[in-house]
Design a protein around this ligand. Structure first.
Ligand code: SF4
Length: 365
């Protein structure tokens, strides 16, 4: 995820016992989505990089390793972050508002965003982080112990732990717990399909509407991400999008106009879009944070292009954090930051505005 990993001071899950963190505690779980390439070489088919990996080596992401001709994932059941978070933090604004989720993240990522807001985990190798031992059974049990109905894979890149996500989501479903992810969606179509099978909601970082931005700032490409967004919409999994607005890089009105138009025409004007404030970090320490005025201006651009739910993020207390009915303009959900969410006019029984009856899209109960 490209959202902020700040504010992690409380809520750590499982500080003692079997879930206690240990540096270098990695898994040797069989990886999926790869094929042999002669001798002990193999080719990973998880993401568009398609790394060809020799025995004893790893691909770009560092989360999986060729062990004697078999691909092994090093982050299965080994999250290096685990917190109880408000669902708004991911952000999900049209999905079970004011709920709490058990949010976990593993080391590594298949992108190298120069502005990575979670670089301590996402840009680290699994051996370099304090990893908990929380395989799916234990993670689901921990959610139940905490009285939570949600598990979220976030903080770094969930697709790097796709086997862990798939197994957890299936098991959690059996226990009446829903699983969500926040991802950059730089992934091949088949793994995406399998990952989404038991997911309840996905938030995707649409980092810019520019392949050049993807190539020069993130090390990826735009086209596979757009395909993933369309695929998730077709699958019917609840979808929200996040764009971290970086001054001088992806903050032009023309860029956001193009993005809003693509969203409207390909996945629907009712798809929530979060325009989030950037803070200088990692390899972009000299870039200033996003001015609030820029976010407000871009929000208007997206509305003018037809989108119906556009939010600003990382600006606690801004009116644009709240949900407004597009028809009568009543405030139906009021938010202040991540942790203060109040229903001010949404009939959750039928998902309609309590003032004019308009259907507000989302998963409300
Ligand atoms: S998931 Fe990792 S190893 Fe596989 S293709 Fe992508 S970067 Fe390479």
């Amino acid at each position: 995820m490209c959202g902020s990993a700040a504010g992690l001071a409380s809520g750590l899950v499982g500080p003692t016992g079997p879930a206690r963190a240990r540096i270098g505690d990695v898994s040797d779980h069989p990886a999926r989505f790869w094929e042999p390439r002669g001798g002990t070489d193999l080719q990973c088919r998880l993401c568009p990089r398609g790394c060809r990996v020799k025995a004893g080596e790893r691909g770009f992401c560092g989360s999986r390793e060729n062990v004697g001709g078999k691909h092994v994932v090093r982050v299965y059941g080994k999250p290096c972050v685990a917190f109880v978070d408000p669902v708004e933090k991911d952000p999900f604004f049209h999905f079970l508002p004011a709920s709490k989720t058990l949010a976990v993240g593993t080391a590594s990522c298949n992108l190298d965003c120069r502005y990575c807001q979670s670089y301590q985990f996402a840009q680290a190798r699994p051996e370099e982080t304090d990893n908990k031992d929380l395989p799916p059974e234990r993670l689901v049990a921990e959610a139940k112990r905490l009285g939570l109905k949600l598990i979220t894979f976030t903080y770094s890149e969930p697709t790097q732990a796709i086997e862990y996500v798939i197994d957890t989501a299936a098991l959690a479903k059996e226990h009446g717990i829903r699983t969500t992810v926040h991802t950059a969606a730089y992934i091949e179509p088949q793994p995406l399909l399998e990952m989404c099978r038991d997911l309840a909601a996905v938030n995707i970082d649409l980092k810019a509407m520019s392949d050049e931005f993807y190539r020069t700032v993130t090390g990826g490409q735009l086209a596979p991400v757009l395909e993933a967004i369309k695929a998730i919409r077709k699958l019917g999994v609840w979808l929200e999008l996040t764009n971290l607005v970086i001054p001088g890089h992806n903050d032009s009105p023309a860029m956001v106009k193009k993005m809003a138009r693509w969203i409207r025409d390909n996945v629907g004007a009712e798809t929530p879009l979060h325009l989030s404030m950037f803070f200088p970090t990692y390899k972009m320490l000299s870039v200033p944070h996003t001015p609030k005025e820029t976010l407000r201006e871009l929000r208007k651009v997206a509305y003018d292009e037809g989108l119906r739910y556009v939010y600003v993020g990382n600006v606690p207390g801004d009116p644009a954090e709240s949900t407004y009915c597009p028809k009568c303009h009543a405030k139906v959900i009021k938010r202040i930051g991540y942790s203060q969410t109040r229903n001010t006019g949404l009939d959750v029984k039928n998902g309609r505005c309590a003032f004019c009856g308009l259907k507000i899209p989302g998963v409300w109960r």
